[in-house]
Design a protein around this ligand. Sequence first.
Ligand SMILES: Nc1ncnc2c1ncn2[C@@H]1O[C@H](COP(=O)(O)OP(=O)(O)OP(=O)(O)O)[C@@H](O)[C@H]1O
Ligand SMILES: [Mg+2]
Length: 257
Amino acid sequence: MAGPDIVNVLDLDGLSVGWPGHAPVLKELSFALPRGAHVGLVGPNGAGKTTLFHTIAGVLRAQAGSVRVMGRTVLPGQFRTETALVFQQAEDQLFCPTLAEDVAFGPRNLGLSEAEISARARAALSVCELTGLEDRPVHHLSGGEKRRACIAGALAMQPDLLLLDEPSAALDMRQRRRLIALLAKMDQAMLIASHDLELVLELCPRVIVIDQGRVCADGPAHEVLGDARLMEAHGQEVPHSLTPHYTPGHLHVRNSL
Ligand SMILES: Nc1ncnc2c1ncn2[C@@H]1O[C@H](COP(=O)(O)OP(=O)(O)OP(=O)(O)O)[C@@H](O)[C@H]1O
Ligand SMILES: [Mg+2]
């Protein structure tokens, strides 16, 4: 077990990774995430965000350098409960017949008691506002419900680090806003890979930009995302809310949808 002296949830040190039989995708990545940090991971398609998540989750092997979670080196194939990955495609993650079984799957695999399994599943479903849908077949859930079901399954593992891969993809405005409110309340450390830069800005005080497998920027969200030259160089745009615009009557009133 990690002791209270562990400051960082995640430490990447000179990490290089490639898919088997392919050239390295991630090249000499180094950064750390303190406990409870919410950090945005931004970069163009193919930059290596999902590859990084698979490496942190222990699916891919480091070719050089190291990944440590809660101070212990991640070894491929070794199951680590401290990390929970929420997949880019919800359909890749949900596979049990019902929502309740899906959310309980992880805790059940830990060999916990029935009482503990059901308490964890109930709590995770409640946090993700899915109470009442327990018996629903997972393929009958809406897109927004599926996304929250994936997060509930991750939370049921009580992880220290949540890896969220494109959490707002294909959500409507109301579901996206619901997701943001939900994630904002969580105190686990989070790495959020997203092309939704407004979401990143709302949830993450710090942003890391990666491109072609390398860290290109790492700093306060407003500085990084507000840097037009940096954003353009890596296929991004400064988010609307960081773009100065003084047109009279141009209001940013957020309704409650
Ligand atoms: N299973 C795989 N086998 C071989 N190469 C892969 C595999 N998955 C991804 N790659 C390659 O790794 C590189 C990085 O892809 P990755 O999916 O990590 O990017 P990403 O930053 O998550 O992109 P996106 O924003 O589109 O989700 C790409 O060149 C991709 O073709
Ligand atoms: Mg990806």
